[in-house]
Design a protein around this ligand. Sequence first.
Ligand code: ATP
Ligand code: MG
Length: 241
Amino acid sequence: MKLEIKNLHVFIEDKEVIKGLDLAMNEGEFHVLMGPNGSGKTSLSKAIMGHPAYLIKEGDILVDGKSIKDLSTDKIAKLGLFLGFQNPIEVDGLGVINFLNTARGAVSKDNAPFKDFLNEVKSNAESLKIKEDLVNRSLNFGFSGGEKKKVEVLQMAMLKPKIAILDEPDSGLDVDAIKLVAAKINEIRKNTKAGILLITHYSRILKYMEPEYVHIMHDGKITREGGKDLIEEIESKGYKA
Ligand SMILES: Nc1ncnc2c1ncn2[C@@H]1O[C@H](COP(=O)(O)OP(=O)(O)OP(=O)(O)O)[C@@H](O)[C@H]1O
Ligand SMILES: [Mg+2]
């Protein structure tokens, strides 16, 4: 699967937040997106996933050459795109297991028996050190910041997307949890050949991973691109260099 973003202009109401952005990536590739607060990283992720508040006024988003900009989020997810949120929302009354089970049916055509599905959830949760009672609770409801982040990665593990956008999966995680989450994303990537677009502010999580392409975003546009070296340069010199 190939994801292409071409001359994308996105508005929230009257405010332009993405201002002519180009980016292309393939399944199997590992891309990192960095950039100052408010540069539009989260807006880009939400626009890709078809969030109705993010209006595409110019340009296009293509999956394997076909425009997805007018598709609803469920159809975009069915194509194999996944977004792990920067700020996952709490949904009281929707159990984690129930949510994952419904989502896997809708998105991944996974119709393994419920018992096998449950075992897979448990083993993924265990490797992320997600407490067992958490998966029996309402989605994100009262979860700690770190617990929410781990459950986003659990969703990715269960839904097996072709391309996953992970919006700051490391924010709010303690040092041990960062290692666990990095290892889990590496494992999912190895098993499923998923492409990853990882958004982060810090090089720490990337010490445990092997990103191939780095994109820097400023004010709604990609302003620099390079390899892993760029991460260290930004970490030591900041974005202004
Ligand atoms: N619902 C909204 N209404 C108005 N402005 C918004 C809305 N959502 C985002 N913005 C604005 O769009 C710009 C880009 O925000 P965005 O969240 O995409 O940045 P970001 O690069 O993800 O930042 P961070 O690194 O802090 O997560 C910001 O100026 C933000 O205030
Ligand atoms: Mg953001």
